[in-house]
Design a protein. Structure first.
Length: 473
């Protein structure tokens, strides 16, 4: 992917940037060839935790190499700034580190391309790593938390090497990911007439990477409507994966994640409208405001982080609006998607469990129909969702405490923790009133943010499985 910004740098007349990325390509090829020769014939442990440690190394170690050309080109002063920006890109968080005005078009293209590839890898990691290990939300699928209902693991699949699983899922999902991106780019190109904006915005949106593209603007509500359709793929894995698995026919109205998404978005739009309606004038004012609330709610629920151009600017300074949008980002999107957050499936499970408990309190002598196996599975899933929620809150509090100890204010620490742990970076400055930019934070705070983005992408259950597999089992 580094060849794309390299070629663009030479084409745009910026020889330094083009040469820097080209040298990075040569360095990467040399490192891969050297690594392949050094590991030839080596045998690695097949322990399940090996794959999780590999993912942590990918999100925390690989950005060190990718940050070298960015550090050389951006001239940010400290290497940690470039490293944090790459971690933000690889995890598709989109946390604003460098001011947008200081980034050249070549660097913007590099970040979008890297974020697009990372979004595809998140799809592949979900089905090749998390599904077999019953992590990342797959613990709620099937019987007793197994993923058998949505991911069939036969005897031949258990014997497959992790690399074989990775390439199998990559070949299965690559055509879908590419076709969605190509169709979105074509639609945006027809509406906006701007090829650069159409391609970059389509690549960033499918990866839920809410990066601001300087110098480019959309085509109003029509382009936002297309982006909403793309964001639906981040709300449920069934929108792109169910037709290719051995499951029953999928219906939109029966998808629990999409049901919860519709309810949450409706509530958010109503709350935001109630906050703003006294200041609205005319029918068009109401229509534009409702559309702005709808698009922004979709965007932050999918953890993309784009704000509609019709969203009232005065409402961006309201703490009540910050709470509503932050809550959407914390709920997050669907399992096995590029979205972060708690995940809609867990919200659905907890809501159903709460309803069942309330019904039991109201009518304790009622006879509950259904098989005991189904009831046991429901209780098991509710317990797992509750444990995840508690762990999420503990990790959230720990990261917030760590940031405050490094010198950040409590408000900034809460905002940065929300942005990084839910992988919704634009919420830090696009909605919240962050007083310090990423460049002004200390080195220890930047390392904490890098860990938070990695934990948000891997989820806290993976951390629990690494630290104490016996407790997780």
């Amino acid at each position: 992917m580094m060849m794309i910004p390299s070629l663009h740098g030479f084409y745009a007349g910026n020889v330094h940037q083009g040469r820097t990325f080209f040298y990075a390509v040569l360095l990467g090829l040399f490192a891969l060839i050297f690594l392949s020769f050094s590991l030839k014939g080596a045998h690695f442990s097949a322990h399940q935790n090996t794959q999780l440690w590999s993912l942590i190394a990918f999100y925390l170690g690989f950005p060190i190499l990718l940050a070298i050309p960015l550090h050389e080109v951006a001239e940010s002063g400290n290497f940690i700034n470039s490293y944090l920006d790459i971690v933000s890109t690889v995890t598709t968080t989109g946390l604003p580190i460098f001011p947008t005005s200081t980034l050249s078009e070549t660097l913007v293209i590099w970040r979008v391309c890297l974020g697009w590839v990372s979004g595809f890898l998140i799809w592949v990691f979900a089905w090749s790593v998390f599904a077999p290990l019953n992590l990342g939300g797959f613990e709620h699928l099937g019987s007793h938390g197994s993923a058998s209902g949505f991911y069939t693991i036969g005897s031949t699949d258990k014997m497959r090497l992790p690399a074989e699983k990775f390439w199998r899922e990559a070949l299965r999902l690559a055509p879908i990911y590419f076709l969605i991106t190509a169709a979105t780019s074509l639609a945006l190109l027809i509406l906006s007439g701007d090829p650069a904006f159409a391609i970059l915005r389509a690549m960033a949106t499918i990866a839920t990477f809410g990066l601001e593209i300087p110098g480019h603007s959309g085509a109003g509500w029509s382009s936002e409507a297309i982006l909403i359709v793309v964001m639906v793929f981040a709300l449920s894995r069934a929108t792109f994966s169910t037709p290719f698995t051995k499951t029953q026919k999928w219906y939109f109205s029966r998808d629990p994640e999409l049901q919860v998404a519709v309810v949450l978005i409706t509530i958010a739009v109503l709350l935001l409208f109630c906050m703003q309606w006294p200041k609205l004038n005319g029918v068009m004012g109401y229509v534009k405001a409702i559309w702005g609330f709808l698009f922004t709610s979709f965007s932050f629920l999918s953890t993309t982080g784009l704000i509609s151009e019709y969203f009232p600017s005065a409402l961006l300074e309201s703490s009540k609006a910050h709470f509503v949008i932050g809550a959407l980002a914390m709920f997050g999107g669907g399992v096995a998607t590029t979205a972060g957050g708690i995940k809609l499936l867990r919200v659905y499970i907890l809501a159903r469990h709460c309803k069942a408990e309330v019904d039991r309190l109201i009518a304790p002598t009622q006879v509950i129909s259904g098989q005991s196996e189904k009831l046991l599975t429901s209780h098991h899933n509710a317990m797992l969702a509750c444990v995840f929620l508690m762990l999420f809150i503990l990790v959230f509090a720990a990261i917030t405490l760590g940031l405050t100890l490094t010198g950040s204010s409590v408000d900034d620490a809460l905002l940065l923790t929300l942005a990084t742990l839910t992988n919704t970076g634009p919420i830090a400055q696009g909605v919240g009133a962050l007083t310090n930019t990423g460049l002004e934070l200390g080195t220890d705070a930047k390392l904490i943010l890098a860990l938070a983005m990695t934990f948000g992408r891997l989820e806290v259950f993976a951390l629990l499985a690494l630290l104490n597999p016996d407790i997780y089992r």
